[in-house]
Ligand binder design. Structure first.
Ligand SMILES: [Zn+2]
Length: 338
């Protein structure tokens, strides 16, 4: 497996890109849009490799339904491919935000480099990751490059959405949309590449909203043991003293990094309890099935809806920068009382 064949869950984007390669119509600039962690960078690199490969290969049948025989996929072995894979190709420039933004100085450097002729025969490719972090000054400088594109050079911008870029930049780029990864693709990646157990992968994929990096960060931050702990705490919450409830709130507020994921998970938890009696196969927390069943049996649907509303309010308060500790105290008391 090499080049485009390594990219999962983005058939539409890969289809458009391979069509460009097959027709030999490579625009001056592309913008890849979609949430973080779904393969935009990997695809940009695969495209740069495909444009410069010395020994292009056919796509595997699964990557392309149309003319799989066309030799448009990078081989991954030739000198050019190896240099791109090791970030050592002089004509493949990869810009990334530093300290959350791409500064004007970086774009000025790029403009300077683009005045020099490419070192090799192939196509020069500039990948600008997180191009939505450019400020106005940097954006305007980049716009000048797009207005007078250097010869034999392709710019690939990546951004979460085009709304975060200058419209004048967007209008000069062909947009390629990337989708959140389907849950089964995400589970496949996490079990194969990161050696998670299927249960761990399912638990992380359930909350990652289709982003591979989000799922991985959650696992690394200790999400799965925390979720199991919280599910246990919730099942014992009703009869507990106020002191115990406040202690739980404090623990939740202490895990500040995981707080948004914790609240997102609470929504899936209560949703599962509502859904379970009707469609048990549809629950998200399928590895906690026994707990879901036990909780669903002892809580009324109306109480569950009220709890979801309470979680939703807590999320809104935190987004409005409310104090995490007070917000969680308020929430835990509501989850127990209603
Ligand atoms: Zn190659």
């Amino acid at each position: 497996m090499h080049g485009f064949d390594l990219i999962r869950g983005q058939q539409q984007a890969i289809g458009l890109l391979t069509t460009l390669l097959r027709k030999g119509h490579i625009p001056h600039a592309l913008v890849f849009t979609g949430i973080d962690g779904i393969g935009k960078q990997t695809t940009a690199r695969a495209f740069a490799m495909a444009c410069n490969c010395d020994d292009p290969q056919p796509l595997s049948a699964s990557s392309s339904e149309t003319s799989p025989a066309a030799r448009i996929n990078a081989c991954g072995r030739c000198r050019s491919c190896r240099r791109i894979l090791s970030d050592n190709h002089p004509d493949i420039l990869h810009l990334r935000p530093s300290g959350n933004m791409i500064r004007i100085a970086v774009i000025r450097d790029l403009i300077q480099q683009l005045t020099i002729k490419p070192f090799e025969q192939g196509k020069r490719v500039v990948i600008i990751a997180g191009s939505d972090t450019m400020n106005m000054e940097a954006s305007n400088a980049l716009l000048k490059v797009l207005e007078e594109p250097p010869e034999n050079t392709l710019l690939i911008l990546t951004a979460q959405q085009t709304a975060d870029l200058l419209p004048t930049i967007v209008s000069r780029c062909q947009q390629i949309r990337f989708s959140p990864l389907p849950r089964d693709v995400l589970i496949g990646l996490l079990t194969e590449d990161d050696a998670l157990t299927p249960e761990e992968a399912r638990a992380a994929a359930a909350l990652a909203e289709g982003s591979y990096t989000h799922a991985l960060k959650m696992v690394q931050a200790g999400w799965i043991p925390r979720r199991d702990w919280l599910a246990n705490e919730l099942s014992r919450l009703d009869g507990r003293s106020t002191t115990a409830k406040l202690a739980l709130a404090e623990k939740l507020a202490d895990g500040k990094k995981l707080l948004p994921d914790t609240l997102a998970w609470l929504m899936t938890w209560y949703r599962d309890l509502i859904v379970f009696p009707f469609q048990p196969e549809q629950i998200v927390n399928s590895d906690l099935r026994h707990q879901v069943q036990a909780e669903a049996a002892k809580t009324s649907p109306q109480a569950l809806i009220d709890r979801m509303k309470a979680v939703q309010r807590a999320r809104q308060h935190l987004e409005a920068n409310a104090n995490p500790r007070l917000t969680m105290e308020d929430l835990v008391l509501q989850l127990a009382a209603v």
